[in-house]
Design a protein around this ligand. Structure first.
Ligand SMILES: C[S@@+](CC[C@H](N)C(=O)[O-])C[C@H]1O[C@@H](n2cnc3c(N)ncnc32)[C@H](O)[C@@H]1O
Length: 195
């Protein structure tokens, strides 16, 4: 039976269990590595929809305080295999409802927002604004499209502004040089800062 609703864990379980994971970068994109080099002060970061968790390890290795969350048990199994004991920094839970303690300095985005149907974007934006500390940053990769057959769901620049402003301001916006073919020319590295 094929599951068709990406707001439900079984949609993602099926994809991880059958290895149909075309978004999987099998590593950490260079823009994030560069960000960590140029911002060496470790902070507290949340990685929603962390999947296999490549970035979890990268942030931990750079000394950051990291919390990853994913609601798919099959994704968590992949993360366990990849992260070993570092899996203790990842929780099985729903980004929209999990009772996180305190605020985050950063929220890292990669293929989480574009995996959500657009009718969930307002809830995503509200949650990000609520979880970020003042001066905190939403940073990562934003899928801008175009896309003839979503998902992934593209987020245009006007929609992004409508969702995130005025609480968040776009302070960095660059093309991505090492995208997977699925995202090539269709994603941007961005940093949005909370006032
Ligand atoms: C396209 S995958 C991206 C995984 C990872 N970010 C990456 O770049 O490899 C989307 C992930 O978000 C997770 N996810 C979707 N909705 C979620 C929610 N409401 N709470 C937590 N995780 C969620 C899925 O289980 C899946 O692992």
């Amino acid at each position: 039976m094929a599951f068709s609703d990406p707001t439900q864990p079984n949609f993602w379980n099926e994809r991880y269990e059958t290895e149909k994971t075309p978004w999987d970068f099998h590593g950490v994109p260079s823009a994030l590595r560069q960000f960590m080099q140029t911002n060496p002060r470790p902070r507290r970061v949340l990685v929603p929809g962390c999947g296999t968790g490549y970035e979890i390890r990268a942030f931990l290795d750079a000394g950051w305080n990291v919390c990853g969350i994913d609601f798919s048990p099959a994704a968590i199994k992949h993360a366990e295999t990849y992260l070993g004991e570092q899996i203790r920094h990842v929780v099985l839970g729903n980004f929209f409802h999990y009772p996180f303690e305190g605020k985050f300095d950063c929220i890292y985005e990669r293929t989480f927002l574009c995996a959500l149907p657009p009718d969930r974007w307002m809830a995503y934006a509200q949650r990000v604004k609520e979880l970020l500390a003042p001066g905190g940053q939403l940073l990562g990769f934003f899928f801008t499209g175009p896309e003839e057959e979503p998902p992934p769901y593209p987020l245009g620049p006007i929609q992004a502004q409508e969702l995130l402003r005025p609480e968040l301001t776009l302070v960095e916006d660059n093309p991505v040089t090492d995208s997977l073919p699925l995202f090539a020319g269709k994603e941007r590295w961005q940093i949005w800062e909370k006032q």
